[in-house]
Design a protein. Sequence first.
Length: 138
Amino acid sequence: MKIVTFINMNLGFNSGQARQFFLYGVIGCTSAFIDFLLFTLMYRLFEMNKYLANGISVHTGIAISFILNRKFNFKKNDRILYRAISFYLTGLFGLALSQGLLWFGGILLLPVLMVKLASIFIVGVIQFTINKLVTFNN
């Protein structure tokens, strides 16, 4: 409850919006963990190409995140196809951004897993904004 109060005070959210932001973060962390775990297994254990592994892990994260956000966070049971397409397109935008960050990290010779982890946080903030304003707006 203290976290929700902190979000209310510092971000100007009402209590419902703060709850959504908090749950989006929890669901996002769950999805990101699954994304990162799958990526790591495919890249390290199975020596899969990093871009292919990233594509598969991100698609899995998008699907899990949509299902959980629709059902438990935004509680939207209408316009499911529209919401799924909007969420998925937002996710694909995030995938493109994530791929770009992996590519740029490679140019800078940064460790792949460090870049992947950083990209999850950067992409997550952008996707929350889009999904809050577009996908689950009404």
